[in-house]
Design a protein around this ligand. Sequence first.
Ligand code: GUN
Length: 303
Amino acid sequence: MTNATRIDGKAKAAELSAVISAETEKLLQEHNLKPGLAVVIVGEDPASQVYVRNKKRMAEACGFHSEQHTLAGNANQDEVLKLIADLNDDTAIHGILVQLPLPGHLDEHAITQSILPSKDVDGFHYINIGKLTAGDTADAFVPCTPAGCMLMIEDHLGSDLSGKNAVVIGRSNIVGKPMASLLLAANATVTITHSRTNDLPGVVAAADIVVAAVGRPNMVKGNWIKPGAVVIDVGINRIDVEVDGETKSKLTGDVDYDAVSKIAAAVTPVPGGVGPMTIIMLMSNTLRSAKLSLATGVSIGSS
Ligand code: GUN
């Protein structure tokens, strides 16, 4: 059996970054407008700090105005809501992202819903979820991870997925559900599976497209996969491995990459697959928001 194509998310993200940087420069030259991204982080979760740092670096690399707002882990609900209200009113800011998860004492739902839909570059506001679910993908801000996955799927299978079976493993609001909406909008026949699904390997066996987003290291095995399937691994799991008698920490996905790549047509690696695409889609959404603010004076969803 031949080895699958390794879908290089890092290289694709670099290509997109060059396009976004060029468009940003044009926006600045022609309209004196710089896309502005504000990232809010509450507390000191180490993984979140890494993600936020990477987002800030990429925003700067694209030529954006970039702000990071770090609140103490014991910040209260009103402080977070006040910060978001200020960012909603700030004309230099076109995209607001509150890094999740938030500390348990905060109401995550109320916080994400307080971001103006027109600045909701994460696509978590109900207005944007509603547009996406209604199939109005062109007008919604689509959550960044599924948007990035979709671009990689389209690269391999084209934009019309008629007749293809897609299986999404995981039903989160951030990945699983919006991923299913995007696949459905592209005419795939979609199954969402989760921890209560019977015979997951049997369901996955029928899939031409598999998107794994569960957070369980190496869960998806080679013998689950239909020969020739496209497999997208959203998992980012830190595991301990023994190297020369020493314990080292390593990132691994939800997919058993080596085994799956013997059967599938194409697989994303971890790291270097979905992760870089997620960040670049955030930049793409922020650039789009800036352009929309120019076109309409008010941005989408805020009327
Ligand atoms: N935490 C993990 N993924 C995400 C994401 O896409 N957006 C935000 N805001 N937080 C996250």
